[in-house]
Design a protein around this ligand. Structure first.
Ligand code: AMP
Ligand code: ZN
Length: 206
């Protein structure tokens, strides 16, 4: 890819990261950026014949990885019962990586109900949310409200219904809800107060 195009995509991607705007998809769009990063040795953490794990380019916590399939699966809506073993493999690999990275810190493993980036990806994210990239209310709510769905829940849904579906409008409204600490649930005035408040909690495993 020409450097100019790649630079432009980076700028658009960073801007979108800050806005978390709804997505229009077309080839070469920033929403396809995970596919580029999946092939970037600087970001690859591990891979096998079924999946690749990369470091999230704009980590929202001290540790933030993305587990992605080698096969083309655009999103949660594309999942079928045949993918159950793959999703279980993602979770197993994600949990093993979290343990290897920092066994003392709490992690969650899951998906955004309405992701902005194309290509299925499971987030592996530590629960400290200590990162300069976590800037907006939408970022916060996307990882701490029901917008973030645990892998176990997705697997159960797929086992029960043979598909995974979320209402886009309901999910989007979760992103606008008032700020609240994810540990003690205390209401927070704004992002700076929230970021200051969450430092007082302990994110060690029980
Ligand atoms: P979502 O699609 O909402 O589940 O989240 C997409 C995730 O991908 C976010 O955590 C972003 O920080 C991350 N991200 C965005 N662009 C890239 C990229 N080009 N490479 C790696 N991670 C990215
Ligand atoms: Zn709190």
């Amino acid at each position: 890819m020409a450097e100019g195009v790649s630079k432009k995509r980076k700028v658009e991607n960073e801007k979108r990261e800050n806005d978390k705007k709804p997505v229009k998809k077309f080839a070469g769009h920033w929403s396809q950026g995970l596919l580029d990063t999946m092939n970037d040795p600087e970001f690859i953490v591990e891979s096998d014949d079924k999946m690749t794990i990369i470091k999230d380019k704009y980590p929202k916590a001290k540790y933030h990885f993305l587990v992605m399939p080698k096969e083309t699966i655009p999103n949660l809506k594309s999942l079928k019962s045949d993918h159950l073993d793959l999703l279980k493999h993602f979770e197993e690999k994600g949990r093993a990586l979290a343990k290897k990275t920092d066994a003392k810190v709490k992690f969650r493993f899951g998906y955004h109900s309405v992701p902005s980036m194309s290509h299925l990806h499971m987030h592996v994210i530590s629960q400290d949310f200590n990162s300069p990239c976590l800037k907006t209310k939408k970022h916060w709510n996307s990882f701490t409200s029901e917008y973030f769905v645990d892998s176990e829940e997705i697997i159960k849904m797929l086992e029960k219904d043979g598909k995974v579906h979320f209402d886009v409008k309901d999910s989007q409204s979760l992103l606008n809800q008032d700020l609240r600490c994810h540990v003690c649930k205390k209401a927070q005035k704004n992002m700076p107060t929230l970021k200051d408040h969450i430092k007082m909690h302990d994110y060690s495993v029980d």
